[in-house]
Design a protein around this ligand. Sequence first.
Ligand code: P71
Length: 457
Amino acid sequence: MKTIIEPFKIKTVEPIRFTTREERERVLTEAGYNLFNIHSDDVLIDLLTDSGTAAMSAKQWAGIMEGDEAYAGSRSFYRFERVIKEITGFRHIIPTHQGRAAERILFGIVGGEGKSIPNNTHFDTTRANVEMSRAEAVDLPVPEGHIPSLVADFKGNMDLKALEALILRLGPARIPLCMLTVTNNSNGGQPVSMENIRRTAELCHAHGIPLFLDACRFAENAYFIKLREAGYKDRPIKEIVAEMFSYADGCTMSAKKDALVNIGGFLAVNDDALAQKARNILVVTEGFPTYGGLAGHDLEAIAQGLEEILDEHYLKYRIRMVAYAGNHLTRTGVPIVQPPGGHAIYIDAKAFLPHIPPHQYPGQALACEIYLHGGIRTCEIGSVMFGKTDPGSGEFRAANMELVRLAFPRRVYTQSHMDYVLECIREIFEKREALRGMKIVWEPEVLRHFTARFKPL
Ligand code: P71
């Protein structure tokens, strides 16, 4: 059989609310044209993020009931710890309430003035946590990663030459660790090859620098390795995952992605002294080391989700479903980051709206129109999220790319939801000349995309 079907049946459903264009115009104006400000009841299909939006399985819900809420030594913690140790091989497993809490603890320890943290591409929270420690966040993606239309297998890779140059220029003492984000979320959800993980580790280790994975989409990355990298076609996904982690000295993880839960995360490390320091911070700001900001039932659901994500039928469906959307858009001429990523399609708003310059935020303009036209919520990943406007001079610095991300929650939407989304984008593409840019009328000091307010030009 060739047809790829959802590898689950549906036991519980949630209604979605239909609105009119007039209603959506009012909602969007009140939200200051920022889709983060919209009530989810006013959204028909929510592709804002794949983070924390998964549908949990019957076994995960059963785990919620099973969860042991003991303050210390919870049975659920020991299951959580055992499953993560089996998958990653790391010695110390430290639960946190989500990925950015693990980042804050890690960079609070190793970051600081004068330090630099290289990454294939930092996601926004990772960059913010590095910078909050007053270290510098350095993105070193391979050059092809910045060419949206280019089709290549592993556009998420680290640029090893640039990494070596950075290490030689700064010296290893100023680089407390190096990170690899799998898959590379800010760069189109593109995977990192096993060869690139191994060679990044070899280069780092030759200089005594530990390598950490930002592992939130590790299973999707592993499936791309199986599909695309020589020698992995017949290897079980569990072995591929184990090999990926074997090159690293630790990881941060947002369980809200590939652990199929609505909240949770962890920091995992091999270094005993680092683990001790992390637990010291954990107990002050997150919680006791056997729950770390989570309930026992969350730990149980994460452990179960991590076992489910390694199902190859699930991963095949997941990657094919995103590819289905990407291939459809490509056939209708819509420019997207090629090839389709693991968790999302990224529309190239610069190519979609060539008449709107980056300082007029083409990605934001397109995301707003997608909401107005179809009630679909997406996310700008471009100059709103990563660009900067100097508060003094007013000078504008654009991001590398102007993208609109359609991130697919796991196990939530069916193929007919997807077809509706594709029709909506197609119709906007046909009248794209009519779209206008946006200007920012208010912005906060950090992570402006969450709360900035806009006006159409
Ligand atoms: C995503 C998110 C969640 C998000 C963040 C900011 C704006 C909108 C949505 C979170 C990530 C991530 C990577 C690679 C760390 C985190 C933080 N992504 N690394 O893509 O993608 O995890 O949300 O659990 O704190 O929508 P956290």
